[in-house]
Design a protein around this ligand. Sequence first.
Ligand code: NAI
Ligand code: A1CAB
Length: 289
Amino acid sequence: MPNELAIIGAGNMAEAIVRGILRGGVLAADQLVAADISPERRAVFADKVGVRAVESNVEAVAGARRVLLAVKPQMMKAALEQIAPGLPHDALLVSIAAGISSGFIERSLGRGIHWRVIRTMPNTPMLMGHGMVGLARGQYATADDVADARRLFEAAAEVIELDEDKLHAVTAISGSGPAYFFFLVEQMIKAGVELGLSREQAYRLATRTAYGAAAMMTPDTDSPEELRRKVTSPNGTTHAAITHMEQAGLPAIVVEALKAADRRSRNWGCEAVPGSCSGRLAVFLDSRL
Ligand SMILES: NC(=O)C1=CN([C@@H]2O[C@H](COP(=O)(O)OP(=O)(O)OC[C@H]3O[C@@H](n4cnc5c(N)ncnc54)[C@H](O)[C@@H]3O)[C@@H](O)[C@H]2O)C=CC1
Ligand SMILES: O=C(O)[C@@H]1CCC=N1
């Protein structure tokens, strides 16, 4: 079977994407190969996902038509150095790493080749088929490459194409976003316990509420603001809670928190590519973390 997709880094996010690809019939399992340094992750891919898993990145990319770069940003430089010598010159590179620019990937692979790179920012709800992906094309990637990369994600996600610089904001909103909601639910569970419920009761009430509320936010329904208004009786209980959140500064905290995520995404690129940011920019970014 041809090597239609080599995965470098068979971690959590790669698993969500690959499960979507297989579930959606975009590619068959025997057209994929995954490489990971961790025997545990290779076992997950081989035994649970049903995809051939190897230790060697070089072996994975041999003859590959597309390569999904799915290691952590700080591992990207090493992974690119490993695959560069054996990577087919016409392979399409699709990266999901936060903060790593398409330019860095192109330069690291080198060999005088105009590498076609698509940079993306997916999120874990892809595991449930409800993901959101921001996608930007590198300078040598074509419209066909964008369409090709889109197909990898669309079985489990909505995809929007943007300029590459906007991917930091996408990371702050939808890449990291699921964690903000889980964090809120964690606090709701704690509050439930403080209010006298058992942990099981609080857990069930908070998680099912989050699930139901999320399901209400379809493109065809009211805006989040309007949905909130419909729960909020004048001078009632919701009003009491929201007023407290506003007076305690939560709206500004959320906005500032997401700006911190955006800065971290920009800063990660600097860390992964020592010397690529001027000293002043790196210090400026660090000081704002
Ligand atoms: N987890 C998330 O919600 C999201 C993650 N991302 C991006 O996805 C990438 C992966 O993140 P996760 O899946 O969360 O991390 P993870 O830690 O679950 O997966 C990374 C995998 O890479 C493997 N690895 C490390 N060095 C390697 C090397 N040199 N060669 C081959 N494999 C190697 C690790 O053993 C691990 O299994 C990151 O760059 C992150 O920025 C993007 C969007 C959302
Ligand atoms: O936390 C992170 O850096 C990664 C990128 C977006 C979600 N997880």
